[in-house]
Design a protein around this ligand. Sequence first.
Ligand SMILES: [Mn+2]
Length: 320
Amino acid sequence: MQELFKKAWKKILESKNIVLAAHINPDGDALGSSLSLYPILKEIGKKVTIFNVTKPLPMYLDFLPNFDKVTDKLPKNYDLLISFDCGSFDRLGIEERPKFLINIDHHISNTNYGDINIIDPKAASSSQVVYNMLKANNVTIPKESAICIYTALVTDTGSFQYESVTDKVFEMAADLVKCGVKPDFVAKMLFQRDRLSRLRLLAKAYETIELCCEGKVAFVEVTKEMMEITGAIKDDTDTIVNSVRAIASVEVACMLREDEDGIKISLRSKNYADVSKIAVKYGGGGHIRAAGATIKDEFDFEKVKNMLKNDLKEIVKIEE
Ligand SMILES: [Mn+2]
């Protein structure tokens, strides 16, 4: 990995016009990781574009430094694209392959679509991979970057709750605090600016919770109608599946959301079930404990649930 970090940094230093990109519908890690390099690359005189196709961007991340610099327009000529937290090239929303691509990620399902691929499935966040790359090259991390790296870490570890959290993660967090991050500021920005529409949506969604497989599997539904009645937006559905997983007996929680192009499924597991397998089966991807996919052109919740029940029955069987 150290060799890759050096090779990637060398390529960055050689490039003049650099695009930082993350996957469509970015989460805190995707956006935080891509924003984190912006001040560092500007400082060393690079022309930098932060690219994302999503409109509007998730507003709960608007406190990240340089959030307002994100654009959905690519520059005409650029030498290098760096992608963050993005498992496959098509999720970037870029048609033409760039001249050179550095792919930085921690998804086990990453398809290695870059010219340089820095994939660390053990990393707690893609921002940890970025951090390790910066450290390997003795790059000083300014406060603006540290806030982005830290926020990405907090959001991708469920506030330091997941198995991916190691001594290294806390060492990194401590170092980022030394770089100027105020953890209470990030926590307030992320978790104390809730929308009433989201709470109203939660109330409606929780009513649909259904347990099966001896209580080990929980389903929760979000329909278009619920979103319309409550005035909720897609961002408001982000953590519903996590709170359903919190039910004591539940090993796997699954949220089904009615989207324009089909039913989006979000899967979360607690102790042992590998939900990435199921997501991959339906054309999606993710991690062992958090994964998702969209069942295209399918709008029948019961049909999808029955299909998933069969898959889930198998993966919740084995207990540790
Ligand atoms: Mn991530």
